[in-house]
Design a protein around this ligand. Structure first.
Ligand code: GLA
Length: 318
C-alpha cells in the first residue's frame, strides 16, 4: 500500500480576536511550524494512530460513533475528522509536530486539517478547503467541547506562507494579504494553557446574550452600546465592535504601508482584550510591554483565545 504524508501548519492571529464566533473579521497567518500525518490504508476496519509525543496508541473503528470519548485525548481530533469525512477505510498513521501544544498556536486545528488532508489523499475524494475547515470546526467542538469559531481551521486550510489571511467569518470569504518584506512577525511563548474548561465558553455565551439584546454584533453600531445596561456585557460588546473596526483599519494600514499605524492598532486591540474582554492576564500584559520596549517593535498583543498561550508582535526589520 502507498504511504501518504501530509502536513498542516499552526497559526498566529495578527489582529481580530474573539470576533470570529459572531461572524466578524480576523487577520491570522500560518506559521512555519506544522503537524505531519504519515500513514497508509490497512486491511480490516480499525484505525490506529500513533503520536511521536505519546507512547499510547489511539485505536478506534473507522465507523467511530463517539470520538469525544476516546483516549488518549489527542486521538479525538483525528477520530472526529474521520466521522466528519463519512466513509473512511481502515488506516494506520503517525502524527509528529513541532508546534507547541496548548500554547494558543492552534495545534489542535493543525491536527484536524492534517487529518482531513490525509483522508482526502487516501480516498482520492474531493474535499474543498473551506468545507474541510467547517468540518474541522465541528470536529473541534466534538473533540474538545470548546465552542470555537472558524478562524483557526480556515486560516490553516487556506493560508499561504508570508501572507496573512483576511477572513470574513460571515460568508467565509478570504483574501491573502502579503506581509511587507520590511516587517517581521515575532511570536513569544508566555504560558501553556488549554481552552477546555476555560472562560472561553463564557465569552461566547456573553456574546450570545448581547446579540439577543442588540442584534448581530457584526452589524452593530457603536452607538448601540449605550442601550446595554449590564456593565460587563457592554464592555464585551465594545471589544467586539471596535475589534472588527480595527481589523478593517489594519487592512487599510497594511495596504498603504502604514506599519506604525498597524502597530498602534495591535496595541489598542490588546488593551481592549485585556480591559473589556478580560482574556489577557498579568503575564501576557508584561510580555506585551517587554516586546514594545524592544528595538524596532511597532505593536504587540495577546493572540488567540487568551488566558495564557502566546503574544505576537510586529517588528521593523533592522
Ligand atoms: C481560539 C478559537 C478561535 C477564536 C480565537 C479567539 O483560537 O479557536 O475560533 O475564537 O480563540 O479569537
Amino acid at each position: 500500500m502507498t504511504v501518504v504524508r501530509v502536513a498542516a501548519p499552526g497559526r498566529v492571529n495578527l489582529i481580530g480576536d474573539h470576533t470570529d464566533y459572531t461572524n466578524g473579521f480576523v487577520l491570522p497567518m500560518i506559521l512555519e511550524r506544522r503537524t505531519v500525518v504519515e500513514g497508509e490504508i490497512i486491511p480490516g476496519d480499525m484505525i490506529r494512530i500513533e503520536s511521536a509525543d505519546d507512547p499510547d496508541i489511539c485505536v478506534f473503528p473507522a465507523t467511530v460513533a463517539s470520538p469525544g470519548r476516546l483516549n488518549p485525548a489527542w486521538g479525538r481530533y483525528v477520530a472526529a475528522m474521520v466521522r466528519e469525512a463519512g466513509e473512511v477505510p481502515a488506516f494506520r498513521a503517525r502524527v509528529t509536530t513541532d508546534l507547541p501544544i496548548a500554547s494558543g498556536l492552534s495545534s489542535s486545528a493543525a491536527l484536524e486539517i492534517a487529518t482531513g488532508r490525509f483522508i482526502r489523499e487516501i480516498t482520492g475524494r474531493e474535499w474543498d478547503d473551506v468545507a474541510m475547515a467547517e468540518a474541522a470546526r465541528r470536529a473541534e467542538h466534538v473533540a474538545s467541547g470548546v465552542p470555537c469559531g472558524i478562524m483557526d481551521q480556515l486560516c490553516i486550510a487556506v493560508g499561504r506562507h508570508d501572507h496573512a489571511t483576511f477572513i470574513d467569518c460571515r460568508d467565509l470569504s478570504f483574501r491573502h494579504v502579503p506581509i511587507p518584506e520590511t516587517l517581521e512577525v515575532v511570536v513569544r511563548f508566555v504560558a501553556r494553557r488549554t481552552l477546555v474548561g476555560s472562560e472561553y465558553a463564557d465569552r461566547v455565551a456573553d456574546c450570545r446574550a448581547i446579540e439577543a439584546l442588540i442584534g448581530p454584533l457584526r452589524e452593530a453600531d457603536p452607538a448601540a452600546l449605550e442601550s446595554i445596561v449590564d456593565e460587563r456585557l457592554r464592555r464585551r460588546a465594545r471589544h467586539v465592535i471596535t475589534e472588527n473596526l480595527r481589523v478593517l483599519a489594519s487592512l487599510e494600514a497594511l495596504s498603504e504601508g502604514d506599519l506604525d499605524g498597524f502597530g498602534r492598532l495591535m496595541v489598542d486591540s490588546h488593551r481592549s482584550l485585556a480591559r473589556d474582554f478580560e482574556t489577557s492576564n498579568p503575564r501576557m500584559d508584561a510580555a506585551v510591554e517587554e516586546l514594545m520596549d524592544e528595538p524596532g517593535v511597532l505593536g504587540a498583543r495577546m493572540t488567540g483565545g487568551g488566558f495564557g498561550g502566546c503574544v505576537v508582535a510586529i517588528r521593523r526589520r533592522l
